[in-house]
Design a protein around this ligand. Structure first.
Ligand SMILES: N[C@@H](CCC(=O)N[C@@H](CS)C(=O)NCC(=O)O)C(=O)O
Length: 216
């Protein structure tokens, strides 16, 4: 849980239903950088208790699922990142509408959530989707993901995804490169993404998010 800072507000904090090590960490990073206080609730979709809790708010029972201070429920990491970027535009998490980099930003944000993320949806628990091809589904989605990451690598301007200015894309890179095929593969095959991941990992503002999500 992240404590409220000196800009303490009267309304209840944002509530992030997240699962340790999951994509909810991306939204947590964005909230921390935007200095928006939030409460973190562990909701592990792999357990009955966690799924029951999530499904009350999100029919997909996925994380991130977020309850805003006025009670509105938001899901989908990209929607949340775009929204948080609008709440704290000065932060540059999301390039401004007049910034030509916004087009690249939107393209690759959607690529990450619409192309890369579903490889986990179908590959993480293949038994949900097939009864006689589980190994094959895991293998093919893992292989497909590698080819997608190579495309992403080709789009990185460096040193950050969009060049000189960090953005929310870098947060996705840091969190998603911790998942299969994991960091060592990125070091060998996608060095620009690997470098971004290490740079985001080292941001001291995010230390609490990493401690909650990826305890040593
Ligand atoms: N499109 C969603 C995907 C979220 C997602 O797949 N989250 C994973 C954890 S990293 C999850 O909840 N998986 C459980 C499931 O799909 O049943 C987003 O970008 O937020």
């Amino acid at each position: 849980m992240v404590a409220a800072d000196s800009t303490m507000r009267m309304e209840p904090a944002w509530r992030v239903l997240g699962c340790r090590g999951c994509g909810s960490a991306i939204v947590e990073c964005a909230l921390v950088l935007a200095k928006i206080p939030y409460e973190r609730e562990e909701a592990d979709y792999a357990t009955k208790e966690g799924r029951d809790r999530l499904v009350q708010l999100n029919p997909l029972a996925q994380v991130p699922t977020v309850i805003l201070p006025d009670g509105t429920v938001m899901t989908e990491s990209a929607a949340l990142v775009l929204y948080i970027g609008g709440v704290a535009p000065e932060l540059g998490l999301v390039p401004d509408v007049r910034d030509p980099l916004r087009r690249e930003f939107l393209r690759w944000l959607m690529f990450l959530v619409a192309a890369v993320y579903p490889t986990f949806t179908y590959g993480d628990e293949p038994a949900k989707w097939t009864h006689d091809g589980e190994e094959e589904l895991r293998r093919t989605t893992d292989e497909h993901r590698k080819s997608l990451w190579r495309l992403v690598e080709g789009a990185v301007r460096g040193p950050w995804f969009l060049g000189e200015t960090p953005s929310a894309l870098d947060l996705y890179v840091s969190v998603m490169t911790r998942w299969r095929p994991r960091r060592e593969w990125f070091a060998q095959n996608c060095p620009r993404l690997y470098k971004i991941a290490l740079a985001v990992d080292a941001d001291p503002r995010l230390a609490g998010v990493w401690a909650d999500n990826f305890p040593a």
